[in-house]
Design a protein around this ligand. Structure first.
Ligand code: 13P
Ligand code: SF4
Length: 376
């Protein structure tokens, strides 16, 4: 009788020490060699970052997944939309043809690692909003732009409707791309990234109505406001970045003369406008790296990244721009236990937590993602 291998249960891994888990993951890395690629987002815990082969912001991680040649499995230490994006890009038709049809498996070590912002826009809500908008304005003249922090179904919607995906590092270029084609934009799901970027392009707040998917009609807007709009923003936000407040900026400036405020563009407008510098997580890291010794920073982004910057740059004075702890609880779900468990299951022929976007969604998402990769 053929033997059937049983999947490893997660529970026993939770009682192993970090040293033991680290050793097990290191062993799999040696065994699988170039066939395994561990990608890690900058918000991951230090012990996970240490084991990642490559690290980046959302744009860089998409590029790494798109360019991966030798690997056959990507363990994505990040959140669900990132793993979906990696699956779409690593398994696009030209890559599949190069590998004679062999797929790259994408593993998300904990399936509960989602993104609360991405969850604020469901595809049914986007489709309903689009149809309702069509009763007031010409949707053929709107370019839909989705932040990469969204489900693949939204990226596919955008691809089908002549739109583009953007990340925090190319949002301005993506909006320029969008306006070169049509006179209006619908931007989802992060109202703050959409607003902060548009304000830098001479678009004013009264040209940016916010669409509330729970409002009874027209997203809570008047027909007039929608007709005058340049950018229709979605009522979504990041629960981590909305914790930073203007009073935190004022407090740091008062207590630490000469300090510079460096924030992620997912922060609300009132904080963003007070900041000295802003950028994606990759840009934040680069900005600190390039600063002279003795520089003082208060940084408004996820806690794990700010703490790592503090450790890596003792020659600078780095503070977290909030008196309260704001960390991304879903990114934090990826720990060594989940990583070891999912990798051992993969190695032992009982793969688990595979992220595979269906062909139709992948096809249209790819259209919008390729535009994103071309626009910087
Ligand atoms: P970036 O790493 O692209 O700046 O994005 C930050 C973020 O919130 C990811 O969800
Ligand atoms: Fe989503 Fe915010 Fe976490 Fe990024 S930091 S994954 S936007 S909840």
């Amino acid at each position: 009788m053929p033997t059937v291998s049983l999947a490893h249960e997660l529970k026993p891994y939770k009682s192993l020490s970090n040293e033991e888990l680290y050793e097990r993951i290191a062993t799999i890395k040696r065994e699988l060699g170039d066939r395994l690629l561990i990608l890690g987002h900058h918000y991951q815990q230090d012990e996970v970052v240490e084991l990642a082969d490559l690290r980046g912001d959302s744009y860089q991680l998409s590029q790494l997944a798109a360019d991966s040649d030798d690997c056959r499995v990507i363990a994505f230490c990040g959140v669900h939309f990132m793993a979906e994006t990696a699956d779409i890009l690593a398994n696009r038709p030209e890559k599949l043809a190069e590998r004679s049809g062999e797929r790259v498996n994408v593993i998300l070590p904990d399936m509960a690692a989602g993104c609360s912002m991405a969850d604020m826009a469901a595809i049914e809500q986007i489709e309903d909003a689009w149809d309702e908008l069509g009763e007031v304005i010409d949707t053929d003249d709107i370019t839909p732009v989705t932040y990469i922090n969204s489900a693949a179904s939204l990226k596919a919607f955008v691809g089908r409707h002549g739109g583009i995906v953007c990340t925090s590092s190319n949002a301005k270029a993506a909006l320029e791309w969008a306006f070169a084609r049509r006179s209006r934009v619908m931007f989802f799901p992060d109202q703050h990234l959409g607003r902060n970027t548009s304000l830098g392009m001479d678009i004013t707040n009264d040209q940016m109505p916010v669409w509330d998917p729970f409002a009874s009609e027209l997203g809570g807007n008047t027909e007039e406001a929608l007709k005058q709009s340049k950018v229709i923003l979605w009522k979504g936000h990041c629960s981590v970045h909305q914790m930073f407040r203007p009073e935190h900026v004022e407090m740091f400036r008062e207590k630490h003369p000469g300090i510079k405020i460096l924030v992620h563009p997912e922060c609300p407008q009132d904080v963003f406008e007070l900041a000295d510098e802003y950028g994606s997580t990759g840009k934040i890291i680069q900005t600190v790296k390039n600063a002279p010794a003795g520089s003082k920073w208060a940084i408004g982004t996820e806690l794990h990244l700010v703490n790592r910057l503090k450790q890596q740059h003792p020659e600078q004075e780095i503070h977290f721009l909030s008196p309260v702890v704001c960390m991304c609880a879903t990114m934090y779900r990826i720990d060594l236990a989940h990583l070891a468990w999912s990798l051992e299951n993969y190695r032992d022929g009982t793969p688990t937590n595979l992220i595979e976007v269906d062909d139709e969604t992948a096809k249209w998402s790819l259209v919008a993602l390729q535009r994103m990769l071309e626009v910087k």
